[in-house]
Design a protein around this ligand. Sequence first.
Ligand SMILES: [Zn+2]
Length: 346
Amino acid sequence: MIIDFHAHLVSEKFMADLRNGRFAPTVTIEVGSGRTPSTAKVGAGEKWDVMVVKEAASPNESRSFLPRQAVDVEIRLEHMKNTGVEMQILSHLTAMSFYTLDAGVGGELAAALNDGLADLARRMPDKFASMAGVPLQDPPAAAAELERAVGLGHIGVKIGSNVRGLNLNDRSFDVFWDKAVSLDVPVFIHPGDIIGSRDRMKDFHLNNLLANPLDTSIAAACLIFGGVFDRFPNLKVVLAHLGGFIPWIRGRLQQGYLERDEPKECGSKAPETYMDKFYYDTVIHNADCMEFAVKTLGADQILYGTDCPWNIGNLEPAREIPGLSRLSNEEQDKILLGNVKRLYKI
Ligand SMILES: [Zn+2]
């Protein structure tokens, strides 16, 4: 059996809510037109949805491509069959974190998303489990929604790598970390609202290729230096895209801690002390890097996760992801199944 823990889906029920104007005018759906988006495969002549989100008290408006592959359960089951994946732990699309909205509507949207995924996991328990989304722009409300969602059957929670530009070590988030620890659910940190996306990262798709792993790295470094693991030693954190740059620049973080005062400002210990607090997915697309990650982070810390349905993810068959075949059978078994079962208690 193979389980993919990093897979995004939005329920048909939630899409129906959007189409019916439940969250209008804040969040609405339009039919896509013009150049075919390239973030997932869209057949020739096919129409697609675009989600339009109007930020509170600002003229800003974001538009996100929603391919059928992100909604249609039959397409997803076919993809899973073709890639040898028996189960996915579903989480919401990152564009649906809604941190830029007022907390009230953000909370309603998170609850509606969570209800939809929990319902799907209940109806198809041998194919899907789910992790919750929470309105982290209001940390006490996020903690309350996490508790409600776990009651519905969610087995983890996915959050952004920052919240409206606020790093995750901010003390206001402690109420949320505390709840995740007391419920004993892993927190999956996924890049969103990334640094530099309107600046030098806007060309060449760098906002995805470089800024995504950079924002994840900032989040991880802030959890370490900001003392979050000292305040919550039992917190379990999973980092998207093989931890961004963390596995490769950990020595630099350590050296900076040893040589400078700033990294010690919150009283944290040396970064190497915390490396085993993190778990990582397998989205790296390079056999040497995968081999290096397993060797340096340990096979117990890495979980098969694909970023399905996005095409910067691992959409090939599970056993063919680069580097996996170089590992021992025992290591492969841990990455494809053992670790996710242990961490998410499946
Ligand atoms: Zn993802």
